[in-house]
Design a protein around this ligand. Structure first.
Ligand code: NI
Length: 184
């Protein structure tokens, strides 16, 4: 089922998301709905707060990048109760976008390597260092779990330059090709 994506200005995007507990119901269905919602909107990552749920569930699909990054062929994974434990010192500056901020693309500086802990879709625990493009996408998605969006991480001058776009977005004055839930 395709769910509406909550856009910039929705309070849920500013909440710190909670770990889910073992008695959480319908996790498989939630993950399937998140994959479907993400691919319908041509996204490569989606965090549960973006569909209105303040819980630590993220889906990432990097298969579309496999022409440039063959290592991501068929890469489609859920990250449950994910946390970044530590980040490496080296950083990269790369352009990002977000399904919750349609039409905005800005360069963001992020660590090249991160140490993450999470459960996969079968609730198996993982504790690993991740690098490259996946490390960037995980940082973007896990930011959503901490109540951050990528424009929080851009320079103040760039932020000033997109301010009117953000104000319009909060009022629902924007276009995009997928179903959204705007702030009211
Ligand atoms: Ni995002």
């Amino acid at each position: 089922m395709i769910l509406p994506i909550y856009t910039f200005g929705q309070p849920v995007l500013r909440k710190v998301a909670e770990d889910i507990t073992p008695d959480f119901q319908n996790l498989k269905e939630l993950i399937e709905n998140m994959y479907e919602t993400m691919s319908h909107a041509d996204g490569i990552g989606l965090a549960a707060p973006q569909i209105g749920l303040p819980i630590r569930v993220v889906v990432i699909d990097l298969d579309v990048l496999s022409e440039d990054f063959p290592e991501y062929k068929g890469f489609r994974h859920a990250f449950i109760n994910g946390h970044i434990v530590e980040t490496g010192d080296e950083t990269d500056l790369l352009e990002e976008g977000c399904l919750s901020l349609p039409g905005i693309h800005e360069s963001v500086r992020r660590a090249r390597k991160i140490h993450v802990k999470y459960l996969d879709e079968n609730l198996e625990p993982h504790d690993e260092w991740v690098e490259g493009y996946l490390a960037r996408v995980i940082q973007h998605e896990f930011d959503h779990l901490e109540g951050h969006v990528f424009v929080d991480r851009i320079g103040s001058l760039r932020k000033q330059m997109i301010k009117s776009k953000l104000v319009n977005m909060m009022k629902g004055n924007f276009r995009c090709s997928y179903k959204v839930k705007i702030p009211r």
